[in-house]
Design a binder for this molecule. Structure first.
Ligand code: GLA
Length: 372
């Protein structure tokens, strides 16, 4: 394994083990996690492998095969860039009182760049999973996900919800993960695309709109303000949508409209998947996209064009996935239509003079695990 060789070469010793944690695609349930709502992501076949050794002296050395020289950290607070996601997990474990001393870590990632498929959650979760085992902490997978989220919230400074880390930690091959983000109760739901003659195509727009930084926190604030105005703990608790909308205006009204209907769509998709009607979920994916575009306002032209062209090309449904403002769209496509969907999306991008997006199928893969 490349990551083991790189570990030997970097640190002149053998790692104590190798772990892997995946990125994720969210099937549906977007911008619902931090509203105590429902999400339905699955782990993708791409992720981050980490070769790790314990260090009793408390030292920390990090190397990424996708970055330059190893980073030696006398003080993990000083970590920058990609290293901050890894160091943040050590920080969060120590902050929770776990007896985690030092570590040498080499990571090797293959999550497509800029695809919005949560390469950062994969990095956090693989480090958390390795340290849990090497230091015998006995954490559950959900506790590892929560630690990773804490690292991202409080060390990196991105106020994300729990979805990405939970999908990476708890994902299972052939299954999507239904998560109630309030109770953290999860259920794995069969999502066997091949058995239904379907593929889920990921369309990587390759763009990330810089202006978007800060928009995530603003959406979160809109939701929290609306919940306060409505007198509920979180938008999850809105049961009378009409009544709630009548009390709101402007942005807050649109955000609530999205979150409440999106939670319903997650439940509807679960119902269809349980009934074996995978091919029927397309209309809900389309409705989710329109709601994210018009009510939550987190889409962008590249995502909209990908979604519209995919549907025109014969997809059963399509939507943006993840935080928005770039990253990837997903399209549910019958085997026989894959080429026509690819062609339609590629042509729509070419017409606008945009670089061709990468398009590849993704099926649910295993969550975090030990490889060696
Ligand atoms: C990002 C965040 C998640 C979630 C999604 C939107 O991926 O990290 O917690 O909020 O956006 O659904």
């Amino acid at each position: 394994m490349r990551v083991i060789e790189a570990f030997r070469e970097s640190f002149g010793a053998e790692p104590h083990g190798v772990w892997h944690a995946p990125g994720r695609v969210n099937l549906i349930g977007e911008h619902t996690d931090y509203n105590d709502g429902f999400v339905l992501p699955f782990a993708v076949p791409w992720g981050v492998a980490a070769a790790v050794a314990r260090r009793e002296d408390g030292g920390v050395r990090l190397r990424s095969l996708q970055a330059g020289e190893p980073v030696v950290l006398d003080d993990i607070e000083r970590a920058e860039g990609w290293a901050r996601y890894a160091a943040g997990v050590l920080w969060a474990l120590r902050a929770a009182g776990h007896p985690v001393r030092g570590a040498d870590i080499v990571v090797d990632g293959d999550v497509p760049q800029g695809a919005g498929l949560s390469s950062s959650a994969a990095l956090e979760v693989v480090v958390g999973t390795a340290l849990d085992e090497l230091y015998g902490l006995g954490l559950t997978k959900m506790e590892i996900a929560l630690t990773a989220q804490k690292a991202e919230n409080d060390f990196v400074g991105m106020p994300c919800g729990i979805m990405d880390q939970a999908a990476s930690a708890l994902g299972e091959e052939g299954r999507a993960l239904f998560l109630d983000c309030r109770t953290l109760a999860s259920r794995s739901i069969p999502f066997d695309l091949a058995a239904h003659g379907l593929q889920l195509l990921v369309v990587n727009t390759g763009v990330h709109h810089e202006l978007a930084d800060g928009q995530y926190a603003r959406r979160r604030e809109d939701c929290e303000n609306a919940a306060e105005r409505l007198g509920v703990d979180a938008l999850r608790d809105v049961t009378d949508l009409g009544g709630a909308l009548a009390k709101l205006s402007g942005d807050e009204r649109r955000r609530v409209q999205h979150v409440v209907t999106e939670n319903h769509r997650v439940e509807a998709v679960i119902g269809l998947l349980r009934a074996g009607a995978v091919q029927e979920i397309g209309a809900l994916l389309n409705a989710s996209h329109l709601s994210l575009r018009d009510q939550f306002e987190v889409s962008c032209p590249e995502l909209d064009v990908a979604v519209e062209a995919a549907v025109r090309g014969g997809a059963r449904g399509a939507r943006m996935t993840g935080g928005g403002f770039g990253g990837s769209a997903i399209a549910l496509v019958a085997d026989g239509r894959v080429e026509s969907v690819r062609d339609a999306v590629t042509a729509a991008y070419a017409e606008r003079g945009w670089a061709a997006p990468e398009i590849y199928p993704a099926a649910p893969a295993a969550g975090a695990r030990r490889l060696a």
